[in-house]
Design a protein around this ligand. Structure first.
Ligand code: UDP
Ligand code: MN
Length: 380
């Protein structure tokens, strides 16, 4: 009886295996659908000085929209793709173990707002269109932490806050201009003596309470690079090592549009490649945008792995998927366009989508209901 059952089971298993193989051979599932991620970094290269022909992006572009989707021709190729996407989600190349999730852990050290330096990158044409909204919302609560890096004089802005840094960088959206701003942000942070450096764009909402909780769970003297990658695999770049020599390099980087943070301990180690004029020359070495250059210095040159944190959000992801009930835990939010549609977090009132398209005012009233301009009867 037992023998017959065993034989039947064996036959059934063999049949199932054969069926699986047939299905896979006849119709191999497509490789992972190219995500929206990566567009930002790739688009940043399209300017006149960051020609789209920049070397080294080919492999990364294979996972980006608009790039040709590779056909999977054989079963072994399909399995190797699966293995690769598993590897991408796992430890980084080089074997260093990758911290899996940057959710706040038990507190490591109490942090005061004045321990953190938040650099907001902007440009003169966005002072009214974007920055005023931030000044009315999250920055109004945290002026001592926030420094605005821009490229043009603005008396109205200077009257509102003393923390404006005119970088004198070009106002172009070129790779060089953006790296120029990041270089000034880095130098100002080092001068400030603060424990943490965080960089955000002018379309980010920063939930400072959540940020302090997160940063307070890591010692600032250790090497910590926190943020969210925008690609689903390490970026493949070409590193210029001498006049005539280049070599491939791959590393993860936190997308600048979601914001990222770096501990003082790590920032000090970055100095040979980031301080003074060095950030610009390092960026030239890989010919990639500012946020990629940070990843290159931290991961590729210093061997410190990015701590991925799902609490940072850029408009390169579907922001509607951030649960309204968990808004108070999120460290950054954003708004903009995603797959040609308006992209913002989903939150009910107190302001309509027409009155508050970014949803930042509604989020702010949710987090700080005592704000004078928030309706008293706010319903969320
Ligand atoms: N930016 C800039 N100079 C420019 C255009 C943009 O410094 O000429 C800044 C902008 O203020 C923002 C960041 O670069 O902080 C990203 O710009 P944007 O959100 O327009 O582009 P994306 O998120 O699509 O990269
Ligand atoms: Mn943006």
């Amino acid at each position: 009886m037992l023998k017959r059952c065993g034989r039947r089971l064996l036959l059934a298993l063999a049949g199932a295996l054969l069926a699986c193989l047939l299905v896979l051979t006849a119709d191999p599932p497509p490789p992972p659908v190219p995500a929206e991620r990566g567009r930002r970094a790739l688009r940043s290269l399209a300017g006149p000085s960051g020609a789209a022909t920049a070397p080294g992006l080919e492999a990364a572009a294979a996972g980006a929209p608009g790039a040709p989707v590779r056909e999977v021709r054989s079963l072994s190729e399909y399995f190797s793709l699966l293995t690769r996407s598993r590897r991408d989600a796992g430890p980084p190349p080089g074997g260093a173990s990758r911290p899996a999730d940057g959710r706040p852990r038990p507190p490591a050290e109490p942090l005061a707002p004045s321990d953190v330096f938040i650099a907001v990158k902007t440009t003169k044409k966005f002072h009214r269109a974007r920055l005023d909204l931030l000044l009315e919302t999250w920055i109004s609560r945290h002026e001592e932490m926030t420094f605005i890096f821009t490229d043009g004089e603005d008396e109205a802005l200077a009257r509102r806050t003393g923390h404006v840094v005119n970088t004198n960088c070009s106002a172009a959206h070129s790779r060089q201009a953006l790296s120029c701003k990041m270089a000034v942000e880095y130098d100002r942070f080092i001068e400030s003596g603060r424990k943490w450096f965080c960089h955000v764009d002018d379309d980010n909402y920063v939930n400072v309470r959540a940020l302090l909780r997160l940063l307070g769970s890591y010692p600032h003297t250790q090497d910590v690079y926190l943020g969210k990658p925008s690609l689903d695999r390490p970026i493949q770049a070409t590193e210029r090592v001498s006049e005539n020599t280049v070599r491939p390099v791959h590393f993860w980087f936190a997308t600048g549009g979601a914001g990222f943070c770096i501990s003082r301990g790590l920032a000090l180690k970055m100095s040979p490649w980031a301080s003074g004029g060095h950030f610009m020359s390092t960026a030239e070495r890989i010919r990639l945008p500012d946020d990629c250059t940070i990843g290159y210095i931290v991961e590729a040159l210093l061997g410190v792995p990015l701590v991925r944190c799902g609490l940072f959000h850029s408009h390169l992801e579907n922001l509607q998927q951030v649960p309204a009930s968990e808004l108070h835990e999120q460290v950054t939010l954003s708004y903009g366009m995603f797959e040609n549609k308006r992209n913002a977090v989903h939150i009910k009132g107190p302001f309509s989508v027409e009155a508050d398209p970014s949803r930042f005012r509604s989020v702010h009233c949710h987090l700080y209901p005592d704000t004078p301009w928030c309706p008293r009867t706010a319903i969320f």
